[in-house]
Design a protein around this ligand. Structure first.
Ligand code: AMP
Ligand code: GLY
Length: 423
């Protein structure tokens, strides 16, 4: 079977790396891919939201499965686009249809879903420009810190956590009345602050049943000790040591099962990955957010732990046969550390040559923001590489990730030295 991976980050390189290991995968393509995906796939110069371009590539290369990495094409309806086109109806799309993608595309939609299906989450209310005064009054009834969330997609930047009530009111006005996050903040969810430690839970769903993948934890802040600005993710570990059997059971019973049952009750046949952002408040897991895709850099630690053939898994999602999959998991720890461009997540320069990319025993190199230029691999984004390693525990795995990172150079390279510090 010929397969196309849509996307260009570390997550998509990891998908390609895993798919290429399967005897069921014939030709593999990435659109647009990066320098890393070219080692196992053919890159196609098509953007992730160019549905006509993707269609042309699918027909030209006889592609039978499309694995969608990022949220934008899903929220824009790539799955529906394939379903509605008679030339594409036979192609399996891994990723939900537009309606279910609203779980990530609209915070209010996700909150209403959780309320409807009694899934534990922070208390909230949603406001628009017309109800900004009620929004301010609602803030007065809350305690600091105040959590304001742009309803729509805002590239991970749409959440504000503020200590001061007056500032929260000002920011609410900026979001609703001055389009602080563009159309994404024409509606704002104000919610209760949840205090605890975060983790990421990934669920495979075929529309009928589900399989929960190994848990992961990512490190979102740029600075050591989880300080400074939010990023796309600076590192990740899997498994998560504080998730014992009892806590896992709580996650399954109070969150995963009601989520999968809720989708079915609502008539949403979700075929893809459900990413549940969780927070452990005391001993209680609560949902911070849903995403309708895999996480990045979590994919870089979750997929290397999956021993089961990945094409078989995705085929089972497409054909509603997940119940036949026996997921085999590597019980070792996986860690990844992300090397970023100097200055990221604020402005940074691109185009620097990267050295030290040779394959080694100790680690797997997943590319994120890299391209080929003048016969060299150069930086082309904020997050440049994710260096994944395995070990008997996360300390051992991390040592290997850092050993490999020490050999990698590009101008301005930066990475956190403390991934896993809190475990
Ligand atoms: P989100 O885009 O919803 O994942 O939010 C981004 C980040 O803001 C999360 O990863 C959390 O660290 C934080 N956050 C979001 N909602 C809350 C909340 N209700 N309480 C505490 N922290 C939150
Ligand atoms: N690592 C968080 C995300 O992919 O959204």
């Amino acid at each position: 079977m010929n397969i196309l991976v849509v996307g260009a980050g570390g997550r998509e390189h990891t998908f390609c790396w895993k798919l290429a290991q399967s005897p069921l995968c014939d030709q593999l393509f990435a659109a647009p891919g990066n320098a890393g995906t070219t080692t196992v796939a053919t890159n196609l110069p098509v953007s992730v939201t160019d549905f006509q371009g993707i269609k042309a590539a699918v027909l030209k290369h006889d592609i039978k499965m499309v694995v969608v990495g990022p949220e934008d094409p899903l929220v824009m309806g790539i799955h529906d686009f394939f379903k509605a086109d008679s030339a594409l109806q036979q192609v399996a799309v891994i990723g939900p249809e537009k309606e279910a993608a609203q779980l990530e595309g609209s915070k209010e939609y996700a909150k209403a879903f959780m309320m409807r299906h009694q899934i534990p989450t922070a208390k909230y209310q949603a406001f628009t420009a017309e109800t900004v005064v009620q929004g301010e009054a609602f803030l007065e009834t809350m305690e600091a810190p105040y959590v304001l969330k742009a309803d729509g997609l805002a590239a991970g930047k749409g959440v504000l956590i503020l200590q001061d009530l007056q500032e929260a009111k000002r920011e609410l006005r900026k979001m609703l009345l001055e389009q602080k996050f563009g159309a994404a903040s024409s509606k704002v969810v104000i919610e209760e602050f949840l205090d605890g430690i975060e983790l990421s839970c990934f669920v495979l769903s075929d529309g009928k049943g589900s399989i929960t993948l190994p848990m992961a934890k990512d490190y979102k802040r740029i600075g050591e000790g989880d300080t400074g600005l939010n990023t796309g993710g600076m590192g990740a570990v899997s498994p998560v040591p504080f998730v014992d059997a009892e806590f896992q059971k709580k996650i399954d019973e109070t969150i995963v099962q009601p989520t999968v049952a809720g989708l079915k009750k609502d008539g949403l046949r979700f075929k893809g990955f459900i990413f549940i952002g969780l927070i452990k408040v005391g001993d209680i897991p609560k949902v911070i957010e849903y995403n309708v895709r895999m996480g990045d850099p979590e994919t870089e630690v979750v997929l290397p732990r999956i021993k089961t053939d990945f094409v078989e898994i995705l085929n089972a999602i497409a054909t509603e046969r997940l119940d036949r999959i026996q997921l085999e998991v590597d019980h070792r720890s996986a860690t990844t550390v992300v090397a970023v461009s100097g200055g990221y997540p604020e402005s940074y320069q691109k185009g620097f040559a990267i050295s030290g990319l040779e394959t080694t025993e100790e680690a797997i190199l997943f590319h994120a923001g890299t391209i080929h230029k003048d016969g060299m691999v150069t930086t082309s984004g904020g997050r440049v590489l994710a260096v994944t390693a395995m070990g008997d525990n996360h300390q051992e795995a991390l040592e290997r990730s850092y050993q490999k990172l020490n050999k990698i150079h590009f101008e301005g390279i930066n990475y956190r030295k403390d991934i896993g510090f809190d475990l």
